[in-house]
Design a protein around this ligand. Structure first.
Ligand code: LLP
Length: 443
């Protein structure tokens, strides 16, 4: 199935949002990450429109771990989104992109004192506090810097999504968030409320990733509100914000069946409205944190086909000029991707090949058993839906340089991250020869 904004043009080449991908491969080289910016805009708009139609206060925070660089942060700002960052590096990138700090939310289960100080000084919108260790540092740092800070408490509501299923046991066994049943969440609420510099805005939960239905979100809302009810009675805390995290699924291959993005929002909002009225809360703002659903399907990676190994009666391996260094997901999660041959997009598929990466590792396989037209050295392979957790999880294994990132907007292409060079990769290395003291000759 062709993606949104993908088509086969008159030359038989794959065109993305008006740009011929074979021309881009020639212009920028391969491997190459492409992003269809208009697709990202449409997706952001779908989330926002659904909230607007429901008439509730909201923030859509882009989970920047999915793909972070200055340009994507600039785009998210332009689209009116907020930003979820999880490290000093993501925060630094956001500041560099001049992202409005008041719309930055800081996540993470082990924020260091330096990171906390950096975020407090930057004047970010809120901390999503994960544990008592962080809370202690945050109280000390806001006191010493004499700065106020909004806080959401991350809690584990007892619903965990394993893609298609939801389990409601075992949730306590997680490195993230405050445990509810042992009373830790309530103790954290009391601590935050008792600290003059911290303002407890609300609670946060995230049930998982690549979710294809609304059941888990609705159960999470139910669980969260039943605890909010108790906490209101025991502590007087009434939330202004409930953040329901991210995890909205996307289509990597034909087996994936995501819902229209607005459907997730509508189900969440109606669950929050229902629980609020049942329990006599005023409807809080609802925040979400999509990562993959904003950028995943917008991304396509181009590779050049190189070596071929045919094992008679077994399989044909074709190797490309990238692999697990630019897309770790097949090796790490056995993720399944689809691909087409960009320069032969209109030709009939006549053979089956398995696409190997170039790393010295047998597990570096991008796609098993892919149907393609007759494939030759020099053909351009386009792997689709690579926009999330591709570049952001890229590595220099085997000292392979990371590919550049090109945005396509209204048919125009622009490089937003340069290709890494060998010089870049060795720029932090220090030679033993330069630093070693001259060896004393012993007579
Ligand atoms: N919010 C929180 C608190 C999260 O932990 C995550 C993802 C998200 C939002 C965004 O989830 P998304 O909408 O992108 O599914 N590297 C893995 C994904 C790890 C996700 C971790 N947290 C992958 O490649 O699938």
């Amino acid at each position: 199935m062709m993606k949104n904004n993908h088509r086969i043009n008159e030359n038989g080449n794959l065109e993305i949002n008006g740009a011929d991908t074979t021309r881009l491969a020639e212009k920028y080289g391969t491997p190459l990450y492409l992003y269809d910016v208009d697709d990202i805009c449409d997706r952001a708009q779908a989330f926002r429109q659904a909230f607007e139609e429901e008439g509730v206060g909201y923030q859509v925070a882009y989970a920047s771990k999915a793909f972070s660089c200055v340009a994507i942060f600039e785009l998210m700002d332009e689209l009116g989104l907020s930003l979820d960052v999880v490290s000093g590096g993501e925060l630094y990138t956001a500041v560099k992109a001049e992202f409005p700090p008041e719309r930055i939310h800081f996540h993470g289960n082990n924020k260091t004192p330096d990171e906390i100080e950096m975020a407090v000084n930057a004047g970010i919108g809120c901390f999503v506090v994960d544990n008592f260790h962080e809370l202690t540092w945050l109280m000390a740092i806001t006191d010493s810097l004499e700065r106020d800070m909004n806080v959401l408490l991350r809690i584990t509501p007892g619903v965990e999504a394993h893609t298609h299923e939801y389990i409601s046991t075992g949730q306590e066994d997680s490195k993230f968030g405050f445990d509810i049943t042992s009373g830790q969440a309530e103790a954290a609420i009391t601590q935050v409320m008792g600290h003059g510099r911290l303002n407890l805005l609300g609670v946060h939960c995230h049930i998982g990733s690549q979710i294809f239905d609304t059941t888990g979100f609705v159960s999470a809302v139910h669980e969260v509100f039943s605890h909010l009810d108790q906490w209101r009675a025991s502590t007087g805390f009434v939330p202004e914000v409930v953040n329901l995290g991210g995890g909205f699924g996307i289509r990597y291959n034909d087996e994936d069946t995501p819902l229209p993005l607005g459907d997730y929002v509508k189900a969440m909002v109606s669950a929050v409205k229902h629980e609020s009225s049942e329990r006599n809360f005023s409807v809080p703002e609802i925040w979400i944190e999509p990562g993959r659903a904003l950028v995943g399907e917008a991304g396509t990676t181009l590779y050049t086909v190189g070596a071929r190994k045919s094992i008679p009666g077994i399989r044909d391996y074709i190797s490309v000029d990238g692999g697990m260094t630019d897309n770790l997901r097949p090796a790490l999660y056995q993720a399944k991707y689809e691909a087409l041959v960009a320069n032969k997009a209109g030709l009939e598929k006549s053979e089956t090949v398995s696409v190997a990466g170039k790393c010295c590792e047998s597990g570096d396989m991008l796609i098993w058993d892919l149907q393609v037209p007759e494939l030759n050295q020099g053909d351009i392979l386009a792997v689709t839906s690579t926009g999330a957790y591709g570049y952001s999880m890229a590595s220099n294994y085997n000292r392979i340089a990371r590919p550049p990132v090109v945005f396509i907007r209204g048919g125009e292409d622009a490089c937003v991250v340069e290709r890494e060079t060998y010089e870049n990769m060795t720029s932090l290395d220090r030679s033993m020869k330069q630093t070693k003291e001259p060896v004393q000759q012993v007579r």
